[in-house]
Ligand binder design. Structure first.
Ligand SMILES: *Cc1c(COP(=O)(O)O)cnc(C)c1O
Length: 371
């Protein structure tokens, strides 16, 4: 049988089993329990912020955060055109308008110059996505937000543990904006199967999110709902997995960083294979190892995908630019996100990937140069 190398693969070999069994024995399997409390505390500690609020997934984390910030009808939120669709849909769910913004061609992240062009009296917030684990230019984005009095929502669903330098201080993404949103989907840096988290330093905001997450019920007054809330709760079962994952996040990030160095070593001098870079100080994490494929490389991105597929190697193209999707079709020009979509490729980055497999994958890519 031919070997199959998946794009992503979780590592569940820590305390997941022990903690899950404790939850089952305790019968606290729903949305209350000690693992929820511990997971939130430890995650806030890891990110370096005061409060962390678990949610049922990363999309509900974004929707909960936007709602708690008061984003609604008539408001505009600036969001990158190149992102996973959940970033944009969460804005639409609030009745607000997502304003698509082009990205920088080298960093793949929001372009601060393009942000400024889109600010008007209806603009309420900027959603800074840290795409493929690379921090957005938060130093400049925070300056813009302060100048125009805007909220900053960090979509850090792909960037747990990435660092940015803000006014000469290194900070984890998710601790810089007014809120940070994370996903624990199965292919993310740590997973709970499905799950999410919102991080913030603002006590009132954290309290509002806890109320909205639980049907808007007033704390201490059963079945009294002063707001229209949601059921966006995580379960104690999922939090048990999350805590076990979080205990190993430093070794996971080390694994990912070695994986990226190995790929870089083989690919960075291959003509037409382009690795992302930022002109601001940032320490990315490797969610999915990603490159751009362009001239003079002899194959197109799609041809590379086809070749690798035939060798049992799973890959993904970059996200579809939002401006080209039917619900968000736009006549504006997004040259960089459209370019990156055409040329961007995600390579296998799972926790089961071996150095030998990375060599094998890179050989398949480099072989074309000699031919
Ligand atoms: C995964 C992801 C989300 C959504 O997370 P889910 O847990 O799948 O709902 C949001 N934004 C980005 C950038 C993501 O990659």
């Amino acid at each position: 049988m031919k070997k199959f190398i998946p794009i992503a693969y979780p590592d569940l070999t820590g305390n997941e089993n022990i903690y899950l069994n404790r939850v089952l024995k305790s019968s606290w399997i729903s949305s209350q329990g000690e693992y929820l409390i511990k997971f939130e505390q430890k995650f806030a500690e890891f990110i370096g912020c005061r409060y962390a609020v678990t949610t049922s997934n990363g999309t509900t984390a974004l929707h909960l955060a936007l709602t708690a910030l008061g984003i609604g009808k008539g408001d505009e939120v600036i969001v990158p055109d190149l992102t996973f669709i959940a970033s944009v849909n969460a804005i639409t769910y609030c009745g607000a308008r997502p304003v698509l913004c082009d990205v920088n061609r080298q960093s793949w992240q929001l372009d601060p110059k393009e942000i400024i062009k889109r600010i008007n009296s209806r603009t309420k917030a900027i959603m800074a996505v840290h795409l493929y684990g690379i921090p957005a230019n938060l130093d400049q984005i925070m300056d813009i937000a302060n100048k125009y009095n805007l909220q900053v929502i960090e979509d850090a669903a792909e960037a747990h543990g990435a660092l940015v330098k803000i006014k000469s201080l290194w900070k984890k993404v998710g601790s810089v904006g007014h809120v940070g949103c994370f996903s624990f989907y199965g292919n993310k840096i740590i997973t709970t199967g499905e799950g999410g988290m919102v991080t913030t330093d603002a006590k009132q905001l954290a309290m509002r999110m806890r109320v909205l997450r639980d049907h808007g019920q007033k704390p201490g007054r059963r079945y009294y709902h002063p707001f229209i809330g949601f059921n966006y709760r995580l379960t104690n079962l999922q939090a048990a997995i999350g805590l076990a994952q979080l205990e190993k996040i430093h070794s996971f990030l080390k694994f990912k960083s070695r994986l990226a160095s190995l790929y870089n070593r083989y690919l960075e001098n291959t003509p037409g294979i382009i690795i992302p870079k930022t002109d601001y100080e940032a320490k990315p994490v490797c969610w999915l190892y990603s490159v751009i494929i362009d001239d003079p490389y002899p194959l197109t991105r799609d041809e590379v995908m086809e070749k690798l597929k035939n060798k049992g190697i799973e890959t993904r193209p970059f996200f579809f630019p939002v401006n080209l999707l039917p619900p968000y079709k736009s006549s504006q020009k997004f040259p960089n996100s459209n370019y990156l979509f055409q040329h961007g490729l995600n390579l296998p980055s799972g926790y089961n990937l071996t150095p030998g497999e990375i060599t094998f994958i890179c050989q398949q890519i480099r072989d074309e140069i000699k031919n």
